[in-house]
Design a protein around this ligand. Structure first.
Ligand code: ADP
Ligand code: MG
Length: 221
């Protein structure tokens, strides 16, 4: 048997606590989790259960306060695509520039970055918003820009924090289509946090987050 490829992210008893002493809040209790290329994982849980905190650990945006999170060397800011729960856009940059930003930061020429960004905006159906500033678009449109930015990055790991939370059902389903498409095109792993069972149902694996603990969901079929 061929051994399974090394995970993109390997969490061993990774925990994240905010604050200290009596005020300490354990956002994530010791968690074991491997995320591998091709994974499609939904993390479902109520508000405050630790979903965003877990995603930030996977993204390398937070360091675990105990345990370890090992991220493959191939995971760079360019190859880690993030869709944050709220405002992911830089206010001073227009939609096209926001979409192109990871490519520009990674050293692509502006022409090449803008060309890739434009086709990504086209794929999420908002090419006509390219010249607008974030303050000139709706929350739902901003979420689609964040998805376009991920598409432009061709990432190895896509982490989307309640990407459909502010969208109506149809638009939310389209955003998820694009994220699944982006993951498929670049062979990436996709981790999506959500409240919505309909969103979770579209991913292969589901985990529940409850009070900072990640629990596998028993599949009933
Ligand atoms: P979710 O994304 O499921 O709503 P979060 O990961 O945002 O949950 O939060 C989990 C817990 O950690 C909550 O109790 C929240 O108040 C707390 N928390 C999150 N971020 C911080 C922070 N930066 N400082 C202090 N507490 C935080
Ligand atoms: Mg959250």
């Amino acid at each position: 048997m061929t051994p399974a490829p090394a995970p993109l992210v390997h969490c061993h008893q990774a925990a994240l606590t905010f604050g200290q002493g009596a005020r300490a809040v354990v956002a994530v209790h010791g968690t074991d989790l491997d995320v591998r290329a091709g994974d499609r994982l939904a993390v479902v849980g109520p508000s405050g259960s630790g979903k965003s905190s877990l995603l930030h650990l996977l993204a390398g945006l937070e360091r675990p306060t105990s345990g370890t999170v090992d991220r493959a060397a191939a995971l760079t800011p360019l190859t880690t695509g993030l869709v944050f729960q709220s405002d992911s856009l830089i206010p001073a940059l227009n939609v096209l520039e926001n979409t192109a930003l990871p490519l520009v930061l990674a050293g692509r020429t502006e022409t090449e970055a803008h060309e890739t960004a434009r086709s990504a905006l086209d794929r999420v159906g908002i090419a006509d918003l390219a010249a607008r500033l974030p303050q000139e678009i709706s929350g739902g449109q901003a979420q689609r820009v964040a998805v376009a930015r991920v598409l432009a990055q061709s990432p190895l790991l896509i982490l989307a924090d309640e990407p459909t939370g502010r969208l109506d059902h149809a638009t939310g389903a389209q955003v998820l289509d694009r994220l699944l498409e982006a993951a498929g095109l670049s062979g990436a792993a996709l981790v999506v946090t959500t409240h919505d069972p309909a969103v979770a149902a579209r991913l292969n694996t589901r985990c529940a987050m409850r009070d900072g603990r990640l629990l596998p969901v028993k599949e009933t079929s």
